[in-house]
Ligand binder design. Structure first.
Ligand code: NI
Length: 215
């Protein structure tokens, strides 16, 4: 939390002010994959916006889904090309992981990501500098990839988020997507408004290379 309030420029396109209302940003990593279309259907049915941190290598086979994400007002972020631990790679390869993905997303959907999520959350100062985008981590780790359990995903997804939180799920796992409708209902009951990560931080400038895990 910043010690002093920063000036908050107003933008007309977002009606949500997360300094006033209780916001949560749901994020889905590692896709697109076989369950992403179903997830988009569920999000649309519930009128909820989310953020997808895409792997560049998965974009080419799912260009229509990436276009649909953008069309339906979700945010698309960069999660590297092939999910390596970037701290183990030479800087040239780190850059290639980022830029290839930027190009793939832009080519598929006409917009380039402005946010980066490092695979495994693995960052050091060199990687942060080399990537040169804001590093978006999370305040709730669902561990959905580990447990692959719908009921557990629901309990964690409904109970753990706090106002301004960023919740990590993976749309490449069926039990994660299957849990989403009930999670959305539960969070709505708790009074949450769903926003993209950029909307969550609207009015604040996100610095390249800095880490953000919640509002
Ligand atoms: Ni990942």
């Amino acid at each position: 939390m910043p010690a002093t309030p920063e000036p908050r420029p107003r933008r007309l396109h977002s009606p949500v002010d997360c300094s006033v209302v209780k916001c949560v940003a749901l994020t889905f990593d590692d896709g697109p994959g076989p369950y992403t279309g179903r997830l988009l259907d569920e999000l649309r049915a519930a009128d909820v916006r989310a953020t997808f941190f895409l792997l560049g290598q998965n974009v080419a086979g799912h260009r229509r889904l990436v276009r649909r994400m953008v069309r339906e007002k979700h945010e698309v972020g960069n999660h590297s090309w092939s999910h390596p631990d970037l701290t183990t790679l030479p800087s040239g390869e780190v850059r290639a992981q980022v830029l290839r993905t930027q190009r793939a997303v832009e080519e598929a959907a006409g917009v380039a990501p402005v946010l980066f999520r490092p695979p495994y959350g693995a960052i050091d100062a060199r990687v942060a500098r080399t990537v040169g985008m804001p590093m978006i981590l999370w305040s709730v780790d669902s561990l959905d990839w580990l447990h692959r359990d719908v009921r557990r995903n629901i309990v964690v997804g409904v109970r753990r988020p706090r106002s301004g939180g960023i919740v990590l799920f993976h749309d490449i796992h069926r039990p994660s997507v299957a849990a989403v409708p009930t999670i959305l209902e539960g969070l709505k009951r708790r009074g949450f408004t769903f926003v993209t990560v950029s909307e969550l931080f609207e009015g604040r400038r996100l610095a390249p290379g800095r880490r953000y895990a919640e509002r």
